[in-house]
Design a protein around this ligand. Structure first.
Ligand code: NAP
Length: 172
């Protein structure tokens, strides 16, 4: 049976390259993002290089819990998810005035980098086969040595992902 992968931020950049590789290996791949037009263009491009179309799209803002729950319901209605690639993220924090500016900068990067991975993984955990399910989290060298709120938000993903990994060995 064909494996099924979900790639957040799969319409552009690294996520699109990951989706191309997974689809090239014969996985059915769902690419996620907020912009339907970007996703549709990417799916058309990726499918054009395949013997049969394997790439489909779903839109959601992965920082919004209600949207992630609706998305997870749609995804799990389509069957199990073998591979989840948490790639959506980026550098969202903009330096601002005073402590309020610092708070806003950090909140933007935590919202943009931590919430998509944590919310989507939590919502899809029960759809991953055990053993055999795979979860990948995209960090950055900035998560090891900074700088600032981007590095801090990526570092938060390390602690969360390691905790998740430690809780999984008994179930594979
Ligand atoms: N490029 C680098 O040099 C580099 C280096 C180290 C780590 N990384 C990490 O690798 C990942 C991909 O980077 P990239 O350079 O390929 O970035 P990118 O081209 O900007 O791609 C980010 C993707 O994530 C999606 N996305 C962002 N926030 C989202 C949200 N809240 N909900 C749903 N989708 C969302 C975007 O689509 P929409 O805007 O349509 O939602 C976009 O497709 C990021 O996590 C980044 O931090 C990148």
């Amino acid at each position: 049976m064909e494996r099924r992968a979900v790639v957040s931020g799969g319409g552009t950049g690294i996520g699109k390259a990951v989706a191309a590789r997974l689809a090239g290996d014969g996985c059915a791949v769902v690419i996620l993002g907020r912009r339907a037009d970007v996703l549709a263009k990417a799916a058309d491009e990726l499918n054009a290089g395949l013997p049969e179309p394997l790439v489909t799209t779903e839109t959601a803002d992965l920082s919004e819990p209600a949207q992630v729950q609706d998305l997870a319901d749609r995804l799990t209605a389509g069957g199990r998810v073998d591979v989840l690639v948490n790639n959506a993220g980026g550098s969202f924090g903009v330096p601002g005035e005073g402590l309020a500016g610092v708070a806003a900068e950090w909140a933007a990067d935590v919202r943009g980098n931590v919430l998509p991975a944590v919310l989507l993984t939590t919502a899809l955990l029960s759809a991953l086969p055990r053993p055999g399910g795979r979860i990948v989290v995209l960090s950055s060298v900035a998560g090891l040595r900074g700088p600032g709120s981007y590095g801090g938000s990526k570092a938060a993903l390390h602690a969360w992902a390691l905790g998740l990994a430690r809780s999984w060995p008994p179930t594979g």
